[in-house]
Design a protein around this ligand. Structure first.
Ligand code: ADP
Length: 206
C-alpha cells in the first residue's frame, strides 16, 4: 500500500460541511469536475451505508451525479489510491468512524488533495461522527447553508420529521428537512415516536 504514496506536494484536507440540502454533494461534484478539466487523476468514495439514490454514484439532491467507489471502511481507500492519484473526494463522511481522520491526514501528508463532504450535525444538532475531528484538522473549510423550509432564512440544521429516534436513519425528502436554528426542533421525532407506534420509516434503518 505505501508504495502508492510517493510525495506529491502540496497535500491538504478540505472539508465541505453543513446540513442536509445545503449543497455539500453539489460542491464536491463541482470541485471534482474542476479536477477533470485540470486533467488531475481523482477518485471519489462513499460509505456502504448510503445507497439512497445509487449503488455506485454520488448523487446530489438536484440530481447531479458522479461515479464513486463504495467502501465499508475509510482504510479501504488505500487499496484504490495509485501513484498518479492527485485528488480524493469522500462523500457522506459522517457515516465513517474516526479512522477517516487518520486516513485523510496520511493521504494529505503524502501530497494528496483530500476533499471530504459531510453533515456537521446530526438530527439532534450534535456533532456528527468524525466530522468535528475532520474540521479540526482541515486546511480549508467550506460551510454550506440550505434554506429553512419554515421561514426562508439560512438553514444550518437537519430536522428529522419521522417518528424514529434511531441514531442513524438514512433518508431524504420525506424524512428530513432543512431548518434554521430557531425552527429546529430536536425533540420532534422523539415526541412522535413516543406518541405512536413506530412508523414504516423505521424499517429502512440500516
Ligand atoms: P447536501 O449534499 O448538502 O444534502 P445536495 O448537494 O445533495 O445537498 O443538494 C443541494 C440541492 O438541494 C440544492 O441545489 C437544491 O436544488 C436542493 N434543495 C432541496 N431543498 C433545499 C433547501 N431547503 N435549501 C436549499 N436547497 C434545497
Amino acid at each position: 500500500m505505501d508504495h502508492a504514496f510517493t510525495k506529491l506536494r502540496p497535500g491538504c484536507i478540505e472539508v465541505i460541511c453543513g446540513c442536509m440540502y445545503s449543497g455539500k454533494t453539489e460542491e464536491l461534484i463541482r470541485q471534482i469536475r474542476r479536477c477533470e478539466f485540470a486533467k488531475q487523476d481523482f477518485l471519489t468514495f462513499k460509505p456502504e451505508i448510503d445507497k439512497r439514490y445509487s449503488e455506485d454514484e454520488i448523487v446530489s439532491h438536484n440530481n447531479e451525479s458522479l461515479q464513486s467507489i463504495v467502501i465499508a471502511n475509510a482504510k479501504d481507500i488505500y487499496k484504490h489510491v495509485q501513484h498518479t492519484t492527485r485528488v480524493i473526494g469522500i462523500d457522506e463522511a459522517q457515516f465513517f468512524d474516526s479512522e477517516i481522520v487518520e486516513v485523510a491526514t496520511k493521504l494529505a501528508q503524502h501530497g494528496r488533495r483530500v476533499i471530504v463532504a459531510g453533515l456537521d450535525t446530526d438530527w439532534q444538532g450534535r456533532p456528527f461522527g468524525p466530522m468535528g475531528e475532520l474540521l479540526a484538522v482541515a486546511d480549508i473549510i467550506r460551510k454550506q447553508y440550505a434554506i429553512c423550509v419554515q421561514c426562508g432564512e439560512s438553514a444550518t440544521r437537519t430536522q428529522r420529521l419521522v417518528a424514529d429516534d434511531s441514531e442513524v436513519l438514512v433518508g431524504s425528502f420525506k424524512m428530513y428537512e432543512a431548518r434554521c436554528r430557531d425552527h429546529f426542533d430536536p425533540e420532534l421525532s422523539v415526541r412522535l415516536a413516543s406518541s405512536k407506534a413506530p412508523s414504516k420509516a423505521s424499517s429502512i434503518h440500516p
